[in-house]
Design a protein around this ligand. Structure first.
Ligand code: ADP
Ligand code: MG
Length: 261
């Protein structure tokens, strides 16, 4: 590589292969290689490692954008002492992402504010970091998107979209009753992913009350739950809302401050 025409050809190979990070690093690495008396293999390894790292970073950034996770909180931010009904060992096991490997679904059930979304999103971040395709949606968004798709003749494409990610997070099922059309859409999404990809679903309604979500259509509710629960981990969270907790703690601190002044 002492010859300048070799160098020019190498630059143009890297440009042709769109290995821009390696192309940028080339002059510096060549200098280093000469100074440290690096062998061919060691030099080539370093050059390719630069491109591999850059590609990996781009891929992760693109996965993170696609995932549309609504908050930056990871599982490490979850305060287990505030939520004794959540078993840290179970969450650690889920964080290993084995559940995605064997297409197990996760149902997070509990009243508002107990950390269902935070846990689902934390698992989403873990999966993205592991290089998995993840997509977050609320049940209401999913219903609205499917409704538009039906009107615009894009139903099949939209169903393929929801079948694609390794992990699909469906947040807030049950906060609003789903009209029949939306229930059918959710049912189809769940059916298509059955044994092919994991769903992490959060809901404020216990399984026994799922008939309500489906506007008294127990058939759809039953068939959907069958598929969802066949291979699943159910995380029941009870206890106080974390928001209310910190609100109460602030209010209490204010009261004490006022009382002591
Ligand atoms: P849910 O989805 O069950 O309604 P969220 O996950 O949205 O509840 O949690 C409500 C708020 O409280 C969020 O800001 C969340 O980050 C925070 N939160 C809830 N539980 C915890 C916890 N155990 N540790 C830290 N923050 C929590
Ligand atoms: Mg939530």
């Amino acid at each position: 590589m002492t010859d300048s025409s070799d160098y020019q050809r190498l630059r143009s190979h890297l440009a042709f292969l769109r290995m821009t990070a390696a192309a940028e690093a080339l002059p510096g690495l060549l200098d280093e290689a000469t100074k440290a008396n690096l062998g061919n293999q060691a030099f080539l390894e370093r050059l390719l490692a630069v491109e591999v790292d850059a590609t990996d970073e781009r891929r992760k950034a693109s996965l993170a954008r696609f995932a549309s996770l609504p908050s930056p909180f990871t599982l490490a931010d979850f305060d287990f002492s505030a939520q004794p009904s959540v078993d840290p060992k179970l969450i650690a096991e889920l964080a290993s992402l084995r559940f995605v490997e064997d297409t197990t679904n996760i149902l997070l059930i509990g009243p508002p504010g107990v950390g269902k979304t935070m846990l689902a999103v934390g698992l989403g971040h873990a999966a993205v970091a592991a290089g998995m395709r993840v997509y977050y949606t609320t049940a209401a968004e999913l219903a609205a998107r499917c409704h538009r798709a039906a009107l615009e003749g894009r139903w099949a494409t939209t169903m393929r979209f929801y079948a694609g990610p390794r992990l699909l997070i469906v947040d807030e099922v049950g906060y609003l009753p789903l009209p029949a059309e939306a229930a059918a859409a959710l049912f189809q999404v769940v059916s298509q992913r059955y044994l092919k990809g994991s769903i992490a679903l959060t809901t404020n309604l216990g399984i026994a009350s799922w008939g309500k979500i489906f506007n008294g259509d127990p058939m759809v509710a039953g068939a959907l739950l069958d598929r969802l629960l066949h291979r699943s981990v159910v995380v029941n969270i009870d206890g106080d809302s974390y928001r209310m907790r910190s609100h109460r703690a602030r209010a209490e601190a204010t009261r004490r401050a006022v009382a002591s002044s």
